[in-house]
Design a protein around this ligand. Structure first.
Ligand code: ACO
Length: 182
């Protein structure tokens, strides 16, 4: 996982956030439930990955794979019959990776209330070539103030992901150098 600046040869035209923003909608059925009778978190995570993958593929103009999913939050249970909307957009782009932000909303089948947010997540996708090797992506161009805030917040998460990985690697290297096996 690298954090080098975008090289000049990768200077491909940017794409606005709105160009790839997507909503995936799905009605929950009895096949989606856990032992409590509410919708299984894994079913929601699959929808989140599907919507984020569609956005990443559309933004990067080709295949993209999930590198990580973090801060998956479940705010409220989802029930059978609920109409779930999964809204995804590219928040930030690096050289070959994209952070996709996803919000999950549910319209209750038996209430005429507005759709309620029931979850959210941030995923990092890497655009890949036919050999599965990372390829450069167009920079995302945030347009609205909300998109600009999301871009800045994604940069903070990126910095923390890199710092955490580096700190854990250093700890493991130190322990290995001290001959500690676990
Ligand atoms: C849609 C689907 O269901 S896909 C199926 C599930 N996903 C997969 O099978 C992916 C399996 N993993 C892979 O193929 C590889 O690990 C890859 C392509 C994700 C990364 O390949 P690497 O050889 O590690 O490449 P590299 O270190 O250059 O990383 C590529 C980019 O991904 C980012 N990245 C890699 N791993 C992570 C991670 N764990 N978290 C966040 N970002 C990551 C890097 O920072 C880099 O971004 P940048 O170019 O914008 O700086």
């Amino acid at each position: 996982m690298t954090d080098q600046a975008r090289p000049p040869e990768a200077d491909i035209p940017g794409k606005p956030t709105a160009a790839s923003r997507t909503t995936l909608s799905h009605i929950m059925t009895h096949n989606d439930t856990n032992l409590l009778g509410t919708v299984h978190g894994g079913v929601i995570m699959k929808l989140v990955d599907d919507a984020a993958g569609a956005v990443a593929g559309r933004h990067s103009g080709g295949p993209a794979v999930t590198a990580s999913m973090d801060e998956m939050v479940f705010l409220e249970p989802v029930r059978v019959g609920d109409l779930v909307h999964v809204k995804a957009q590219v928040n930030w782009t690096g050289r070959t990776s994209m952070e996709v932000g996803v919000r999950v909303l549910a319209e209750r089948w038996n209430e005429s209330t507005p759709a309620q947010q029931v979850g959210s997540a941030y995923l990092v996708f890497a655009a890949v070539d036919a050999d599965g090797k990372p390829r450069t992506v167009p920079p995302v161009v945030p347009e609205t103030e909300r998109d600009k805030r999301r871009y800045q917040e994604a940069q903070i998460r990126r910095t923390h992901r890199l710092a955490r990985r580096r700190a854990i690697k250093e700890l493991r290297d130190r322990r290995a150098a001290d001959g500690i096996e676990d």
